[in-house]
Design a protein around this ligand. Sequence first.
Ligand code: UD1
Ligand code: MG
Length: 475
Amino acid sequence: MSSLAVVILAAGLGKRMVSQTPKVLHPLLGQPMLGHVLDAAMQLAPDKLVVVTGHGRAQVEAWVAQWSQANAAKLPAGAAPQCFEQPYQGGTGHAVQCAQPGWQGADEVLILYGDTPLLTAATLQDLRKARAGGLLSLLVGELPDPTGYGRVVLNDQGRIAAVVEHKDASEAERQIRVINAGMMSVDAQFLAKALPELKPNNAQGELYLTDLLGMAAQQGQPGAPHILPDHREIQGVNHRGELALCGEILRDRVNRAWMLRGVTFDDPAGALVETGVELSADVQVGGGVELRGATRVASGAVIERGCVLRDVIVSEGAHLLPYTVATDSFVGPGAHVGPFAHLRPGTRLEAKVKVGNFVETKKAHLGEGAKASHLSYLGDAEIGPDCNIGAGTITCNYDGVNKFKTVLGRGVFIGSDTQLVAPVTLGDQAYVGAGTTVTRDVPAGALIVTRAPTTIKEGWVAKKAELRKGAKPQH
Ligand code: UD1
Ligand code: MG
């Protein structure tokens, strides 16, 4: 079996990003661009995975190590990515030279760019097949505006005679619309022989990897082009406009794939679903919704407009009304949440729970059928099934130093405008009168109520008005 090394070039300066963050670490739909490239590479089950780093090297290498750890189980043995430093920007040919100890010994070297994040594994397989035992194959596209790209000069047989960089191209060559996307599959032996022969005789004074195409043609074995029908896949990122464009393309791709799997989108262009999210058939996603991280949404759930969920499990038939924000939470089957609810980390809502508008929860467990319909803060709370939490209920869980727990049994009724001063426990069916400050545990079935004395003075308003008339004006 022939062995494959994938080399990802990621040493570029990325000057036009105007950023402290290395270009390849800029996020795209939930993970750095480099992550998307590594994911596609991993699907090819390579024997070696190599990343060339330079600009922002420490940050890039730290992130690669993190990715490596997260994907250890999915990577073939020995294929954990290895980073090689390109100490200065000597060009794409120089970058591949710097990584030679990483790819040497493989039969095939597949070269990818860290800043071209939308390529699919299927396209890369097609590119590899296009080489068909020859010296190299190159991914090419036809662009309406090829400015800036290397132009691909084809011979009469439709094979590649040479690639000419835009800066080195003649006027006639600049009319060519077939461009080099940059990715290539190369016979490793040819690569090892050809690299030392590269010369920086060009407008940029660099070692151009693309000169390999001319060299192969001169040896009578010209490279094969693999022409990509959808040029959106080779969209690269040089500045933030292109980063946003890649985001748009990827979002569209992800959302279309979910639609084919039975998810309804009210406004597919306006919904953002990160690549780590999983949706089931018959989920409904409203406009402006953001589903991030490892969010999972089960069948029949409705996520209405403007909801923002990160690492949330939404169970079957749950309904999230508009503008619910939730993080690291569980929403049980048939639960109703929002509008304008805030589920903070550690929230767990069991089946048929109702959490209404302007309710904030944190480390709160609401048992089956419990309701908190309006204006409450429930933090560090264990709330039994069928409890009814009145409007304006606050768990006072923090004394400025420590956090304390509020525990409610089954079917507890909390009247409106109640403070539960934790630590506090209320037994099953306990009943709290409106406006009570609960500072003591309440036994099951008991009523607790605090009332300040009430005064009613008949005719007081009129008397007050009389007094005001006689009063001297105040200056
Ligand atoms: C390169 C190609 C060009 C192609 C274009 C597609 C060459 C000589 N030119 O040009 O034909 O149309 O990509 O986008 O190959 N990099 C390094 N070290 C370097 C230089 C580059 O690691 O010294 C990396 C960059 O980080 C990037 C990739 O290689 O991921 C491409 O580099 P870039 O400078 O963008 O090349 P282009 O001039 O765009
Ligand atoms: Mg470029």
